[in-house]
Design a protein. Structure first.
Length: 251
């Protein structure tokens, strides 16, 4: 049976905090002893906070392209400048919407830059994604291995909108100790047919399940431990979930 354990006992994360220790303390406070088949799902926001990914908007000087897109999208041109700096290219710009391909390959609104729930003084600050979320997950898991002999897998999650559907859902942007993508092509279904295209976005599935516990607003639950999962394939990072640009059918 799959279980989702919310971990609210973390508190407000600040730049330079020992996030692995804070997460371990929250797991202990929940009365849980993790095992290797557990997945510790951690929201991107607290990872970025611990890594000091804040930018003071007053220090940002928008260029001509940012000012042009700000007029189209009706967004703060300083924010648009940050979005461009974090992005490979702009996918779509319309009033109130700016979709880009982040330098990590993820296609997302505002390059994942956030101004909500980032703590005191957040009004003129913005919070960027981790520089490399897979590397962040690996560092967290390595630090947790010093606390527990068998550390859980670590999944860094974020909220994405989806084309052609309302609402956001959680996805994996960083992972360590688990397969983010499970390739079932070549397996046989129950009728004896060979699976030809089936690949399972396991990281995204777990991220969304954990999102039921962490929430999207003022819940103050920045992490959850997911238990009861099984996999029998090699680990791969969350970057394995990113479809290569040459396979983009909607360019």
């Amino acid at each position: 049976m799959i279980q989702i354990h919310p971990l609210p006992a973390i508190g407000d994360v600040q730049p330079g905090d020992d996030l692995a220790r804070m997460l371990a303390d929250a797991v202990h406070a929940a009365g849980i002893t993790p095992v290797t088949s557990d997945v510790l799902a951690v929201t991107q926001k607290i990872v970025s906070k611990a890594e000091g990914r804040f930018v003071d908007l007053d220090t940002v000087t928008p260029g001509s392209r940012a000012r042009e897109l700000a007029d189209v999208t009706r967004k703060d041109p300083r924010l648009v400048e940050l979005v461009l700096a974090e992005s490979q290219n702009v996918v779509r710009a319309v009033p109130h919407v700016l979709i880009t391909r982040h330098r990590s390959g993820h296609v997302m609104a505002n390059a994942g830059i956030d101004r909500s729930n980032i703590g005191p003084g957040g009004g003129e600050r913005a919070l960027l994604l981790p520089v490399d979320a897979d590397a962040s997950a690996a560092r967290l898991r390595e630090a947790l291995a010093a606390i527990w002999p068998e550390p859980p897998a670590v999944l860094i999650t974020d909220s994405f909108g989806r084309p052609w559907r309302y609402g956001v859902t959680c996805v994996a942007i960083g992972a360590s100790g688990m397969p983010s993508l499970v390739d079932r092509r070549g397996d046989i279904d129950r009728d004896g047919r060979t699976l030809e295209v089936t690949q399972i976005a396991l990281g995204d599935m777990i991220a969304t399940a954990a999102g039921l516990a962490t929430g999207e607003g003022a819940e103050s639950v920045p992490a959850a431990l997911v238990r009861g999962l099984e996999w029998a394939v090699a680990d791969n990072p969350a970057s394995a979930l990113v479809r290569p640009l040459e396979e983009d059918l909607f360019q």
